[in-house]
Design a protein around this ligand. Structure first.
Ligand code: FAD
Length: 390
């Protein structure tokens, strides 16, 4: 890449690529201590995965690192700093994990694993499960466990809170600014976008499903990110049934989940189809699978789909997020691979990003949860790859 005329380059300590929840939360934390420019390709931040999630906060989903990150971020979501947002970021919801008779072994394993991190999770009888969600079929539910302290997230309030407060701290958010070229010139990165050129000694790659594409533009080795499509849709609530207090209902075999959502029923078939990074859209087959699984488990009769969408959940090989400086490219910082957990883990990961950039160490609140620097570092992926190819 040719170095553009330096007079036309906008400079900062840190340029963040991507304005989803990862980039927005990083901008919020980093702008407290550095000058920050955030570049987003779309006309508004949050168009991709962040705007398409199930908005669930659970401490009992994902691998051990993800669970620890969720637990570490809970206090921010429950009690954000004064003036951060206008409405609460979390509401009571609860999560009910159900099992058919043939899945009871899985439910036992799930309960044992769950209680290592969340002791309040407990078994309830099928009758109690039906009392909480009366549309469940009595001949379907063989067993159930409850996570009483699971919550519903207000994703928009959280995302807008990060963006608004990042601006208050001096961050510049530039939309319609797709990064097209990245080059290292001396001690800084120079990025070319449709909104002009930007430069910083440090760039944060928070480009979601496109994070490996960004690495490629910068001449940095990829981390093997695999975006996976997940489908969701709304159907009408059953007539005459009060749905407002329902917990989120999750199948122990990860075959589907559903919840009450703005007067309708939100359903997902829990699909995870590998995809290119793209503006994801739902496949009719996945929607039909979701309808079938919902109708087998409940008495809800689906007459039509009110609204359907899909989003990408992007994973590396060990399904933990990748947060840290690339060990082979100076000033190239990864904030990627959040999978299906990027909203609930955003407060903890943004603080990790801030402290790793400024002090080279993880925040105490993450260390206290048992997270070690190697759990998040990009180098762990490369080490696994070289061990596999040896
Ligand atoms: C159906 C579904 C349900 C989910 N449910 C939950 C849940 O209940 N709880 C939870 O915590 N998580 C959930 N997730 C996961 C969560 O949504 C993601 O982990 C999170 O949104 C990822 O955020 P992100 O900022 O990394 O990615 P994104 O939101 O995709 O943001 C990345 C941004 O980078 C921008 N970008 C890409 N390339 C460039 C470029 N060249 N130049 C400039 N900008 C660029 C994109 O335009 C995009 O806006 C769910 C996801 C899906 C799809």
């Amino acid at each position: 890449m040719n170095s553009p005329d330096s007079a036309s380059i906008r400079e900062a300590d840190i340029v963040i690529i991507g304005g989803g929840i990862a980039g927005a939360s990083a901008a919020y934390e980093l702008a407290a201590v550095s000058s920050v420019i955030l570049l987003e390709r779309e006309s508004h931040c949050g168009y991709h995965s962040t705007g398409r999630s199930a908005a669930s906060f659970t401490e009992n989903y994902g691998n051990a690192v993800v669970r620890r990150l969720a637990i570490a971020g809970r206090s921010f979501l429950e009690a954000p700093p004064q003036g951060f947002c206008d409405h609460p970021l979390m509401r009571p919801r609860g999560m009910l994990t159900i099992a058919r008779q043939d899945q009871l072994g899985l439910l036992d394993e799930e309960l044992e694993r769950a209680r290592q991190f969340v002791p309040s999770i407990h078994l309830i009888s099928p009758g109690e499960a039906l009392a909480r969600v009366p549309v469940l079929r009595s001949d379907y539910v063989g067993g159930a466990i409850v996570e009483p302290d699971s919550r519903e997230l207000d994703v928009n309030e959280l995302h807008q809170g990060f963006l608004r407060n990042a601006r208050k701290r001096g961050a510049q958010i530039v939309t319609n600014a797709g990064v097209k070229a990245i080059g290292r010139h001396g001690d800084r990165w120079v990025l070319q976008t449709s909104q002009g050129s930007f430069a910083a000694p440090t760039i944060v790659n928070a480009a979601g499903a496109w994070a490996d594409r960004i690495a490629n533009l910068a001449g940095v080795a990829p981390i093997g990110l695999v975006p996976k499509r997940r489908t969701a849709f709304h159907v009408a609530a059953p007539d005459g049934v009060a749905i407002a207090g329902w917990p989120l209902v999750n199948d122990v075999g990860a075959e589907f989940y559903f919840k009450a959502d703005a007067g309708q029923i939100f359903v997902s078939p829990s699909d995870a189809t590998p995809s290119e990074p793209m503006d994801a859209y739902p496949d009719d087959f996945d929607v039909a699978v979701g309808v079938d699984r919902l109708q087998r488990a409940t008495t809800i009769e689906v007459r039509r789909i009110e609204h359907q969408w899909a989003g990408l959940r992007s994973f590396v090989s060990d399904a933990s997020p990748v947060v840290g400086f690339d060990d082979r490219a100076q000033g190239f910082f990864w904030l990627a691979g959040q999978g299906g957990y990027g909203v609930k883990t955003s407060p903890a990961l943004a603080r990790a990003c801030r402290d790793l950039i400024h002090s080279g160490r993880l925040p105490d609140e993450l260390l206290r949860q048992g997270i070690e620097p190697g759990d998040l570092a990009p180098g762990r992926i490369r080490m696994t790859e070289s061990a596999a190819s040896a």
